[in-house]
Design a protein around this ligand. Structure first.
Ligand SMILES: [Ca+2]
Length: 470
């Protein structure tokens, strides 16, 4: 009997102490299962032209604040200098050579039904996935990947009907400068930021994956007048290799610069005065976009979401603003077309600048690891790119991965590889030309060293790296 009482009292003691040492789970499912939230913010056709990236003229106070509290990647690269191929790649974790999306018409899932998109993966793992603005390419949304905000595709099959880039309407629409009324309330970027804020208010107590796609500074450059007034057109410098029409520089392959612009100065020459006006308009639309992003970041703080939300800001590819006479991104593998702004901030992320060569493809595996999601693909298929977590803890840590970009132009595949010092590009496996640029001595990419015997070894090494593109 004594023994029974002892056992009962021991059990009771254990139960009581258990209850104190390990509090019983609270009933709220939200607090139990909540993981990091994610906010992706994309800006369309934004090259690495931000105050925090060292540009002394452009005004981007909100993005600079974000950069100051996270890691700014100084050598981040797109996988393809065009909207749809770039986005299809980073949002599926596969190279453009794998998605086979190399134009603005193809829908990745129609070509490869097995691909798992980033919002689809978050949604499948208990997140609310929310879209505001352009994330996948316009008209080719991955509709079912979103809990809210998905847009119906207006075509069936693998390819949407191509729009005619030469139509007078389209050319006139793209190739002009737009001054918006008021604070830009009627513009899509203003409205999409408002939509994002409404999502945050609605879903702040759940795990959410919010993707906000800003359309600016994509052509036509557009902003309210106050943003143009930030810039004196007479003090805007032109690129050192400015010319009035697109042309491959002497010593570079003909294929390296398309003869025709597709976004700005379409079928017309850019005078130095017109070029300054256009660059000012590009800067003004960056500042307008920055203000919209600022509204969303303010809401994150107001709703006390900062400590549990990972924020990634990125541009989908670079852009020529008159460098080599070009005004666009299309078909260029030069640094200005492939380098992008890429900023990550959030809980546990260090403050600093990383000079390591990273890719937009690294975004997906990084988010999977940060949010402890399962891998989306079964071996031997896998996410390409590499988790950036080690760089988010220490931006200077060793990193052995180069960055790759590709393009298809005139039926030929161009491939680019970037290490911290060197940039090498080859078209059609070298048959249509190659270029080697030394960024230690030539940051504007003015001298092609590929044919110089003194650099034959470097060319060989870089060419070997290109074989890593699957
Ligand atoms: Ca774009």
């Amino acid at each position: 009997m004594k023994r029974l009482i002892l056992i009962i009292s021991l059990c009771l003691t254990a139960l009581v102490s258990h209850a104190f040492v390990f509090p019983a789970p609270r009933p709220s499912a939200a607090t139990q299962t909540q993981k990091y939230n994610v906010i992706l913010i994309a800006s369309d056709d934004l090259r690495a032209t931000l105050g925090s990236y060292g540009n002394k003229i452009v005004k981007t106070p909100n993005l600079d604040k974000l950069a100051a509290r996270g890691v700014r990647f100084d050598r981040a690269y797109t996988q393809f200098p065009l909207c749809n191929p770039s986005r299809s790649s980073l949002l599926t974790g596969k190279y453009p050579t794998q998605t086979e999306v190399m134009d603005n018409e193809h829908y990745f899932r129609a070509l490869h039904p097995e691909l798992v998109s980033l919002p689809q993966h978050f949604k499948a793992n208990g997140y609310v996935s929310l879209r505001a603005g352009k994330i996948f390419h316009g008209g080719i949304d991955d509709t079912e990947a979103w809990t809210e905000g998905g847009e119906a595709r207006n075509f069936t099959g693998a390819k949407r009907p191509p729009s005619n880039p030469d139509s007078a309407d389209r050319t006139a629409h793209s190739d002009r400068i737009v001054v918006l009324d008021g604070n830009g309330e009627d513009n899509g970027d203003y409205r999409m930021a408002t939509q994002a804020i409404e999502y945050l208010e609605k879903y702040k107590d759940q795990s959410f994956f919010l993707a906000l796609g800003m359309a600016k500074p994509h052509s036509p450059p557009a902003a309210p007048k106050k943003f143009f007034d930030l810039y004196d057109v007479n003090t805007i410098p032109l690129p050192v290799d400015f010319s009035s029409r697109p042309q491959a520089p002497s010593g570079f392959p003909e294929i390296s610069i398309a003869r025709r612009n597709t976004d700005l100065f379409i079928n017309r020459e850019a005078s130095p005065a017109d070029a300054r006006e256009m660059i000012r308009a590009y800067y003004a639309s960056i500042s307008f976009m920055d203000e919209q992003v600022g509204r969303v970041l303010d809401a994150v703080d107001r709703l006390k979401l900062r400590e549990k939300t990972i924020i990634m800001f990125w541009g989908d590819h670079g852009y020529h603003l008159g460098e080599k006479g070009k005004w666009s991104k299309a078909y260029s593998l030069f640094e200005v077309a492939t380098r992008v702004p890429f900023i990550i901030a959030g809980p546990g992320v260090a403050k600093g600048v990383s000079s390591r060569t990273v890719q937009l493809l690294d975004m997906y595996p990084t988010l999977v690891e940060l949010c402890r999601l399962p891998q989306p693909y079964k071996s031997p298929s896998r996410l390409e790119g590499h988790s950036l977590i080690s760089l988010l803890r220490n931006p200077r840590v060793r990193w052995d991965y180069p960055a790759f970009s590709v393009v298809r132009y005139q039926g030929k595949l161009g491939k680019s590889v970037r290490t911290e010092r060197w940039h090498y590009v080859s078209w059609d496996d070298g048959r249509a030309g190659q270029m080697l640029l030394d960024h230690a001595n030539d940051p504007h990419e003015l001298k092609n060293l590929a044919a110089d015997p003194a650099y034959a070894r470097t060319v060989d090494d870089m060419r070997k790296l290109l074989t890593q593109i699957p």
